[in-house]
Design a protein around this ligand. Structure first.
Ligand SMILES: [Zn+2]
Length: 452
């Protein structure tokens, strides 16, 4: 079953990756071009609703989606060439906790909506030219003004868009340089008071919102990540979470659940297979030359931040000093809600300079059937493959095939493409020049992943 939300993501992926070359993209373009003329449904019958109960205005509850698992711009990256990435994303995302209504209907009746005849009364749009703010959480941005049209993105409270037309129930907006539509009742010309706390629409601190999905599993979360926005015409509207591994005082003495469902870890690693809890944030290793791993992950993170911003990416920095009070779950949940992907930087604790690799999602059926892994593992692996490809092209030594299966806390809670990448080990060079090369390779991998 493919959900509303997932359908929107896939459309965007195709648009990004295949640059208008496929029939799907042509279809999506036609939908955009025709806008509301052919798709508008002033009143939809309940039978036509995949989304939940009708509101008095004819816009369903789904336009303020339940749950907390969808990122602010819902970019999921390209499809993995190996698997139908994202195809499973429906299963776990319809049962969130925050908005409730309509949640149970999200995945059940889509096909009826697809075949339902649509009326074609186009709304009159009064021209507008103003900034409007999202007033709800997980509000759909659609390709046309119908609740059966594709979801281009979902936005959270406080996100801003430019409104170019006002047609009553629907507003025409510009989202990432495209004409899209949002239900007017979730828009306001006034910024919500909770903007700073609830939504990283602007640069600045991003803290763990206790209402976010899985937030309750975090035990260290008094710190803040920092969001930086790219400037200029090259802005991509894609946010990369850069997570300098380790660096949380007291992290090693606190335990958190390995998996949100409390099940046992399926691989070994710094925490043994079979464990149900793991160190909230480990202290990291020490290089053979005496340098602490957290210093090096931070140095690389800062270089990567600069390169990403220069390339037009927004960057969510988990840590920019020796200590941030965010455990691995808090880091992951913040990335889930404020970024389009999550890259955690590490070096391994071996001593043979074996090369770089990413921690891939274990091919364990129990693990891959556990949410949110079930819905996202293909994305994680696809991002990892892209990063390794970028590093390899930059001349970085790669370990084996570039992947090692590992059941990580990060992976177990991630709802955006998410990778722990190991850039080398205890005896690998970590000079400034090497870190530059690694940052270049990672940027190339990010570009490849997002089709940039
Ligand atoms: Zn590490």
């Amino acid at each position: 079953m493919v959900s509303e939300r997932n359908r929107g993501r896939k459309t965007r992926k195709k648009e990004k990756i295949m640059a208008g070359k496929t029939a799907a993209v042509i279809l999506a373009s036609l939908l955009l071009a025709t806008g509301c003329q052919s798709r508008y449904q002033p009143i939809e019958t309940s039978a036509a609703q995949p989304d939940g109960p009708l509101s008095p205005s004819g816009i369903t509850a789904e336009d303020k989606q339940p749950g907390g698992a969808v990122p602010m711009s819902s970019t999921s990256g390209p499809l993995s060439p190996l698997s139908p990435a994202g195809a499973g994303a429906a299963a776990g995302t319809g049962t969130g906790t925050s908005a409730g209504e309509g949640a149970s209907a999200v995945t059940g009746t889509e096909s009826s909506a697809e075949t339902e005849p649509e009326t074609s009364a186009a709304p009159e749009f009064a021209a507008a030219d103003e900034t409007v703010y999202i007033t709800g959480d997980e509000v759909n941005v659609r390709s046309s003004c119908s609740t059966s049209s594709d979801v281009v993105a979902t936005l959270n409270r406080g996100a801003s868009v430019k409104r170019t037309g006002y047609g009553g129930e629907w507003s025409r907006v510009i989202y990432q340089e495209k004409e899209c539509y949002i239900a007017s009742r979730y828009l306001s010309t006034e910024a919500p008071e909770t903007l700073a706390a609830a939504q990283p629409a602007a640069e600045g601190e991003v803290r763990l919102d206790p209402n976010w999905k899985y937030a309750e599993f975090s035990k260290i979360n008094s710190g803040a990540a920092m969001l930086y926005k790219a400037e200029g015409a090259s802005r991509k509207g894609i946010t990369i979470c850069v997570n300098a591994g380790h660096g949380t005082k007291s992290g090693p003495s606190v335990k958190t659940l390995c998996h949100p469902d409390g099940s046992q870890k399926v691989t070994g690693g710094s925490t043994a297979a079979g464990a149900t809890t793991a160190t909230a944030v480990s202290s990291g290793m020490t290089f053979a030359d005496g340098t602490e791993e957290p210093k090096v992950t931070l140095a690389l993170a800062l270089k990567l931040k600069a390169k990403l911003l220069a390339a037009g990416y927004d960057v969510l920095m988990i840590r920019e000093s020796d200590d941030v009070q965010l455990d691995n779950i808090a880091r992951t949940v913040i990335a889930n809600n404020a970024a389009d992907c999550h890259i955690a930087l590490h070096w391994d604790s071996t001593t043979n300079n074996k090369g770089a690799f990413y921690m891939s999602v274990p091919g364990n059926s129990t693990y891959r059937n556990m949410e949110p892994v079930k819905s996202h593992w293909q994305q994680h692996n696809a991002l990892g493959e892209s990063l390794i490809g970028g590093l390899k092209n930059a001349g970085v030594k790669i370990f084996s095939n570039g992947a090692m299966e590992m059941d990580l806390t990060q992976t177990s809670y991630s709802t955006v493409p998410s990778v722990d990448i190991e850039l080398g080990d205890k005896v690998s060079d970590h000079s400034d020049g090497t870190l530059e090369t690694l940052a270049d390779g990672l940027l190339a991998g990010v570009n490849a992943y997002f089709g940039q």
